[in-house]
Design a protein around this ligand. Structure first.
Ligand SMILES: *Cc1c(COP(=O)(O)O)cnc(C)c1O
Length: 367
């Protein structure tokens, strides 16, 4: 069985070496030496001044919104993982859904400004599949209306935009280090930000809002990355460039195999972005290809290949939200969510398997 993803892991000896001193100091969590070491290594790798580690990418988003003390509406997109929208709603904020661009899957800049009201407090765009949002335009609009900008950068670890780290943009960027992501700490996440004051608040919020032994100044959560996760991150960070390079080779093989097929659209890579090759989505146009996304998915499954409808369903159609949101306001996102299929992609996926997967997909053509 070929899964859609497979977590990268260091050699077991390397990990054991990294965790050995945990047995000497008995410091398992609460911002220990591994936590601090990974934080420093990430600042260096990501080329940013400030990094706050979290238990996961979701808490990075949720606590960043809380730290900004926002009220009202947050403009975001529904073509994303549940976490993005949930982070907004769990903060008592109202998501306002902007449609996405059909080629980049990113927030549609043309439609963004018309959604701003006097209740809007922030914009939360997603760097979908590692495509990078039009950050200059977003921040131009945000500046004009005095809005905060928080990027969901869960898909964009290590990426550069015009040679600059993406973690340098907006008020904050939130990363996920979940086991399925390009760089992982088993479970984990981080926030990159400019304002050091925001860092102090985030540091407090991830530890129950405890300021010192006698003062609890905020209703915080528990989002501290433990030492074993941090150690996994320290090991994985040593190999991440190599992992990304291997992902690039897999991606190019898919492109060679599937380029120019009527009814299949491949993702485009932005020329001004250094990509991390996290995902390989294809869009299947059933009337042209002759088979639907569901047909292709089934054929793949019958051949022992996992693929994922990522992202489907749209977050603004989740049953937990009832009929609160009008999905007809995001028609492009809706169309994409019904046609997208994310193919297996990980560093050690053999090229022969990429060829086999491609053949299975092509065998669905015109069926
Ligand atoms: C993975 C992911 C998250 C959440 O990260 P976790 O570490 O799993 O909590 C948020 N947004 C997007 C777009 C993601 O892909």
């Amino acid at each position: 069985m070929i899964n859609v993803t497979r977590s990268s892991m260091p050699d077991i000896e390397e990990y054991i070496d990294e965790i050995r001193d945990i047995w000497e100091n008995h410091w398992l969590t609460n911002m220990g030496p591994k936590h601090r070491k990974l934080q420093e290594k990430l600042k260096e790798y990501l080329g940013v001044e400030n990094v706050e580690l979290m238990t996961n990418g979701h808490m990075a988003l949720e606590l960043t919104l809380q730290a900004m003390n926002l009220q009202g509406e947050v403009i975001t997109t529904p073509f994303t993982f549940a976490s993005t929208t949930h982070a907004i709603v769990r903060n008592g904020l109202v998501p306002v859904f902007c449609d996405v661009d059909p080629v980049t899957f990113l927030i549609d800049i043309e439609k963004l400004e018309s959604l701003i009201t006097d209740r809007t407090c922030a914009i939360l765009p997603v760097h979908v599949y590692g495509n990078i949002c039009d950050m200059e335009e977003i921040e131009h609009i945000a500046h004009k209306y005095e809005l905060k900008v928080i990027y969901d950068a869960a898909h964009a670890f290590g990426e550069l935009y015009r040679g600059q780290s993406i973690g340098l943009f907006g008020n904050a960027s939130c990363f996920s280090f979940h086991a399925t992501k390009v760089f992982h700490t088993i479970e984990g996440g981080a926030v990159c930000f400019k304002d050091e004051h925001l860092g102090k608040i985030l540091y407090g919020l991830k530890n129950f809002g405890i300021q010192n032994a006698e003062e609890v100044s905020a209703v915080g959560a528990n989002a501290k990355m433990n030492e074993f996760c941090a150690a996994m991150g320290i090991c994985n960070l040593r190999h991440v460039d190599n992992e990304i390079e291997k992902r690039r080779i897999v991606t190019e093989r898919y492109q060679e195999n599937l380029e120019g097929i009527d009814g299949i659209t491949l993702r485009q890579y932005q020329s001004d972005v250094k990509n991390n090759y996290a995902y390989f989505p294809i869009i299947i146009e059933p009337r042209i290809f002759g088979s639907s996304r569901e047909d292709v998915l089934k054929k793949m499954k019958d051949n022992g290949i996992g693929a994922r409808k990522y992202f489907y369903p749209l977050t603004n159609t989740f049953s937990c939200f009832g009929r609160q949101f009008d999905v007809s306001k995001t028609p492009v996102a809706l169309q994409l969510s019904k046609r997208v299929l994310t193919l297996p992609l990980y560093a050690d996926l053999p090229l022969e398997e990429v060829d086999r997967i491609s053949k299975v997909i092509l065998s669905c053509k015109g069926v």
